[in-house]
Ligand binder design. Sequence first.
Ligand code: GDG
Length: 467
Amino acid sequence: MTGRLIIASNRTASPGEPKVGGLAVAIWEALSERGGGVWFGWSGETLERETRGVRLFAEDNVDFALADLTEAEYEGYYLGYANRALWPVFHYRVDLAHFDETEFATYEEVNRRFGRLLAQFTRPDDTVWVHDYHFLLMGQEMRTSGWEGPMGFFLHIPFPAPEIFTSLPQHRRIARALCAFDLIGFQTERDRANFERYLVEIDQASSSSDGTISAFGRTLRTKAFPIGIDADEIVNLANSEEGRSAASRLGRIIDQRALVLGVDRMDYSKGLPQRMHAFGRMLDENEHIRGRVSFLQIAPPSREDVDTYQDLRIELDQVTGRINGDHGDLDWVPIRYLARGYPRGMLSGLYRLARVGLVTPLYDGMNLVAKEFVAAQDPEDPGTLVLSEFAGAAEQLQGAIFVNPHDIAATADAIQQGINMPLEERIERWKSMDAAVRAQSIAWWRRAFLDELESLGKPAPDTEVES
Ligand code: GDG
């Protein structure tokens, strides 16, 4: 590709500041590598009244184009339709979804306004890559604004089964808008197949075995691109001063006890209360482990303005207090639950210290914590990973101990198995997982997506072109 890369995501990295986290770094590198590009998104600012246009910041050869939201847009688009309707439905929690026409109208309006703003930046030889569930309608708005060039979309969260997706009153509107893209990337084959099945069964689309689908008068490609991490970055962080000192600080407190570790945004999709119950049950059933294990759950609060997240906070406080009250002793606190975030270096050091990584979402697009945990391990004495079969990462991390996170008894058993696993088996399982994490890294992910998008405009290598 010769032209610029134009990326749209709800939040961008901060211009002029270090790019922290796998996704931010991957996008930044993709933009810089192309010798120029634009990263477009919400500024993070909310204003009482709408300001037209965007603010531009240049950093090296990348332009940041940031648009503000009004307070009403933040409420209806971000807290409302994106996080009270799309997020729960796409994570199979129709019971938690709140369907509100006005919020959808605001979501549509923000996608329209942002799509038009973005279209103004494009030049004919550019390539556009839109990210995630905040911008499901943006492709169509771009096409309406006259953009005819290559345009891809990547969905970071699961795409639900059609029987669930159709609970959204606007499902057809969303599907039609998605078909404006040339390539739609999903985390897993599970998600891709769900989308295809929806289009074929509900919208009479036709599909072929290479993931090409014809629907709503357009032809597009669908494919799974499991997002990855930079494993060496995590190894370096785990071995850094910050990583080591976090591990020794915690190591002093937990003494010789085995560390079971969970790190998750505080979100109901992550299965946190179920995990606490499973840990409690494991203690109930394994008297010899009591006092010899310590469970640390790091759970930085997120989306605190959404009421279901406030309910989760209350539930977690109660469950943890209850288990500690029932099982703790003068010199032992079974669960240390910290409702705050820590720097990546510290997290990486703690991953390496842990005997068991507990990653048990009820549903998850990928789950990068599982991959970071694997990357951070000491190859000579690796910890074990207890992983939900409903995390996208389960397709790749075959060396994990798999659990159905709703099955408290089975999860309790898996934690016990993880704590007691012999070294030889731990090494064997870890090797296969580390190889998988390294094979499909974050650099692989962005290149694979962009290569696929680029290839769509060109004739297949074996196609004879008539002169
Ligand atoms: C969405 C999808 C998909 C966590 N606590 C702290 C912290 N983190 C970092 C982790 C990891 C990231 O946040 C979380 O990524 P996940 O993938 O686990 O989950 P979501 O936030 O739900 O992400 C998910 C992902 O998008 C990418 O496509 O995998 O399925 O839901 O990197 O390390 N980082 C810091 N302090 C913390 O306390 N610095």
